[in-house]
Design a protein around this ligand. Structure first.
Ligand code: KE4
Length: 425
């Protein structure tokens, strides 16, 4: 098999940046990506045969680790019967029943093929159901790459957004308002000014895309009250947190029920699945029941759903969340100890088995405070950890994930590697 360097050269000749998703190109940390040959449990191997303890877990889906036997068996068995029909299967009913049983706020759910599709569809339902156009999101939260969501805060005090990507029409970006995560007063002010025109507020209930930032006590409850008071739809984007921070997601953990929920990642067990769902009154707007159109050739794909169902089956044992909490807190302790010994300013934010070590002093509670982190130091740390056989997210502003395949020894190894890496970086 060719080595990573020649594979990357070949990839760059045929794929933009040599990758099929930008963050994989290591631009946030420098250097060139290694190419993966295989994964098993908590480890992945590159094409040169080097193995790494994996704390990326494919950006969240692999809560059971790589090539979990039950997932591989389920996919293999489904594939032997065919890979796609474009017609309904029993598996999709089973997945819909599993999701609605775990999320009391979801009475009807539609499967799609990515988190992006889930979020853009939920927003379309909110706009269709309310007849309103404005959307409110939070700086630093990411909900996939649909046009209305690739925006950033406008200049000055303006709450109107400007495009955060070429190709997004400025007029469309102006339909998205932005506020700072955890800033309920800011949201209140926007609602005072424009509340009757806001179709929906979309939020990652635990932010993962600015690095991990938990909601302040009262923040989610406040969003719930404000959206209710203004007849706006509250959308929890639980693509990361769904089945991650609790079996019932962040809405179970924090006891706040949204009107619509987006899911993805874990419900596909590493294959392409997304989902959006909520109350019947909202989801009855979705075609073919209602006038909000959304469709997908491979929505509810039997292989992807089989992988997701095998994953959820294991997570139904609530013991697993105590195990994930124990592993996550041990990793956090190891990182804090390593930073203290190396006298390196490090702020670790964690919720269960998702965490981020920010290279800065002081609390990280929103995107502005996250951006204080020393990204150059993170890049040195990332490579120092890679040299020691530990693979982290190739960006300071992402989450690390612990899986059920990680052992106590793996967590201890990561702590020792961090102690050396922090001292060296
Ligand atoms: P996908 O379209 O990538 O399946 O999901 C988009 C999405 C939606 N909502 C949240 C909260 C998400 O985190 C994501 C995708 N997450 C990124 C990184 N955290 C995926 C990695 C990538 O873009 O390659």
């Amino acid at each position: 098999m060719r080595d990573s360097k020649s594979l990357f050269e070949a990839a760059c000749r045929r794929i933009p940046g040599g990758v099929n998703s930008p963050v994989r190109a290591f631009r946030g940390v420098g250097g060139e990506p290694f190419f993966v040959a295989r994964g098993e449990g908590a480890r992945i191997w590159d094409v040169e045969g080097r193995s790494y303890l994996d704390f990326l877990g494919s950006w969240g889906p692999l809560i059971l680790g790589h090539a979990a036997p039950t997932v591989v068996a389920a996919v293999t068995e489904a594939a032997a019967r065919g890979t796609s029909y474009g017609a309904p299967t029993a598996l999709e009913v089973e997945m819909a029943e599993a999701i609605t049983a775990a999320y009391p706020s979801i009475e009807l759910v539609r499967l799609v093929s990515s988190g992006t599709e889930a979020a853009l569809s939920a927003i379309r339902v909110a706009r269709g159901a309310t007849g309103r156009e404005l959307l409110l999101k939070f700086d630093g939260c990411y909900h996939g790459h649909s046009d209305s969501l690739l925006v950033k805060a406008g200049s000055g005090g303006a709450t109107f957004s400007i495009p955060d990507s070429a190709g997004v029409p400025a007029r469309l970006a102006q339909l998205t308002l932005t506020a700072a995560f955890n800033d309920l007063d800011g949201v209140r002010a926007i609602f005072r000014e424009r509340g009757r025109k806001i179709a929906a507020v979309i939020v990652e209930p635990v932010a993962g895309n600015m690095g991990v930032v938990p909601p302040r006590p009262g923040f989610l409850e406040g969003l719930r009250e404000l959206t209710k008071a203004h007849d706006a739809v509250l959308i929890f984007d639980e693509v990361i947190t769904g089945f991650r921070v609790a079996y019932g997601g962040a809405q179970e953990l924090y006891g706040v029920q949204p009107d619509l929920t987006c899911l993805g990642k874990i419900i596909g067990g590493g294959l392409p699945v997304g989902a959006y769902g909520g109350s019947r009154s909202l989801m009855n707007h979705v075609a073919p029941l209602g006038a909000v159109y959304q469709a997908g050739t491979l929505s509810g794909n039997p292989l992807a759903v089989a992988a997701g169902l095998a994953t959820l089956a294991r997570l139904r044992d609530r013991e697993v969340y105590r195990r994930l909490e124990a592993l996550g807190s041990e990793l956090e302790r190891g990182l804090r100890d390593a930073a203290a010994k190396a006298n390196v300013p490090l702020t670790v934010n964690r919720v269960g088995s998702m965490l981020t070590a920010f290279f800065c002093d002081g609390a990280v509670t929103d995107y502005a405070s996250a951006k204080r982190a020393d990204t150059k130091r993170y890049a040195r740390y990332f490579h120092a950890m890679l040299e020691r056989g530990v693979f982290l997210a190739p960006s300071q502003f992402e989450a690390a994930f612990v899986s059920l395949a990680h052992t106590d020894a793996d967590i201890a190894l990561a702590g020792r590697a961090a102690a050396e890496a922090l001292a060296a970086a």
